[in-house]
Design a binder for this molecule. Structure first.
Ligand SMILES: Nc1ncnc2c1ncn2[C@@H]1O[C@H](COP(=O)(O)OP(=O)(O)OP(=O)(O)O)[C@@H](O)[C@H]1O
Ligand SMILES: [Mg+2]
Length: 375
């Protein structure tokens, strides 16, 4: 079973804690992504799993084998049944594609026939046949990336550790490669542990993902849909997807949106309405419902009393979507509307237009946590 288990793992450098008491399980055959901001400790965690670092506390298992325990000798990287693609994907510039890919087998002293066969197979897996004799300098960035992937796959590991393997590619290639990684995962039935700060990639390829904060603490683990739809806290909400915030200020028993005089016009959940604190209401662009003030005013069944009033500050046409920036008394919201829908419903706004706004969905966060995401 190609399962990875970390139990209460900690790691410091020069007394500065990078990871503290981290517990995590990656299941067999799963594509698990660790997503977090730059410098939060993702590469450190990957190096601990790979065996290039040892934990100061805690235990790491790969399958049923304990590969590392603080204070004890650990199993070296080449005996952990892993393929690793590092952040800089370091292919050796003086070696051909074939030599690069076959290198791990050469180190393991594989017999020549086996080395030849496995290397050709790995090269075919990443669609690089015919380029075996090229040097990295004669390859595109995406092709070099494939060489690094093939090299990680050549020894037929049951686990792949990928550290930001697509960061140097342009957007199109990145999209193509992420599908290919998914395909390889299924074709080879391997476990993939993928580290990135790119939320789009993480949402697209993960079976499950973990969100790590700047202090190396895991805030939430779940499927991409769970993380996106049910964020555990403000940090997760802000880090994954486009996040809109409205400050909600309490005066007496009334809640006001933004800095202005508009009371929130819809019924509030009791625990939020009664709490003696200020809230931040968060929503995605797709959660915002936008209408013409005149159309909601004259139609009681559209619930005119459920709309806040705002002004279009910016209108951007993105082809398939209209992207509006709306201001409601100091709060700025991005909204996304399908262009066809906007045209057929008289919702093509221009800058300066007044609009009426309500929401499909709002997430409520304690305003005291706002400093976590603005600092
Ligand atoms: N060998 C080391 N010695 C001292 N400090 C280190 C060492 N390796 C990492 N660190 C520190 O640990 C912290 C986490 O680094 P890490 O490389 O894991 O970040 P990351 O999450 O991978 O960031 P990025 O997204 O930029 O790659 C950083 O503050 C880094 O400076
Ligand atoms: Mg890193």
């Amino acid at each position: 079973m190609a399962k990875i288990t970390l139990n209460a793992v900690s790691k410091s450098y020069d007394k500065r804690a990078v990871l503290q008491n981290l517990t995590l399980t990656v299941d067999h055959g799963e594509c698990f992504t660790l997503l977090g901001p730059s410098g939060c400790g993702k590469t450190v965690l990957l190096r601990l799993i790979a065996g290039f670092e040892t934990p100061d506390a805690g235990v790491i298992h790969i399958g049923d084998d304990m590969v590392a325990k603080a204070g004890e000798a650990s199993i070296p990287p080449d005996r952990r049944d892993l393929g690793v693609v590092f952040q800089d994907y370091a292919v050796w510039p003086h070696m051909s594609v074939f030599q690069n890919v076959s290198y791990p087998l050469k180190l393991a002293k594989a017999p020549p026939a086996e080395l030849e066969e496995k290397t050709r197979k790995a090269i075919a897996l990443v669609n690089m046949q015919g380029l075996e004799e090229r040097l990295p300098s004669e390859l595109s960035g995406g092709q070099q990336q494939r060489v690094a992937l093939a090299r990680a796959l050549v020894a037929q590991p049951s686990i792949m550790l990928l550290d930001e393997p697509l960061s140097n590619l342009d957007a199109n290639l990145r999209e193509e490669m992420r599908f290919e990684i998914k395909e390889l995962q299924h074709k080879l039935d391997i476990t993939v542990f993928y580290v990135t700060h790119d939320q789009e990639i993480a949402l697209a390829i993960s079976d499950r993902m973990a969100i790590m904060d700047k202090k190396g603490k895991i805030r939430q683990i779940g499927t991409p849909v769970e993380i996106y739809e049910k964020p555990a806290d403000l940090f997760v909400f802000n880090f994954v997807g486009v996040a809109n915030f409205i400050t909600v200020n309490k005066q007496g028993n009334t809640l006001y949106a933004g800095t202005g005089a508009q009371a929130i016009p819809w019924e509030m959940p009791e625990d939020i309405a009664s709490a003696a604190m200020n809230w931040i209401a968060g929503c995605r662009p797709s959660d915002v419902i936008i209408a013409r003030p005149a159309s909601v005013d004259k139609s009681a069944d559209k619930g005119a009393d459920k709309y806040l009033r705002g002004v279009i500050k910016r209108a951007s046409f993105l082809g398939a979507m209209m992207d509006y920036l709306v201001e409601i008394d100091g709060a700025h919201l991005r909204t996304a509307l399908e262009t066809h829908y906007a045209i057929s419903n008289d919702l093509l706004f221009k800058e300066g237009d007044e609009c009426a706004i309500t929401f499909h969905n709002l997430h409520w966060f304690d305003a005291a946590h706002m400093s976590e995401i603005t600092e």
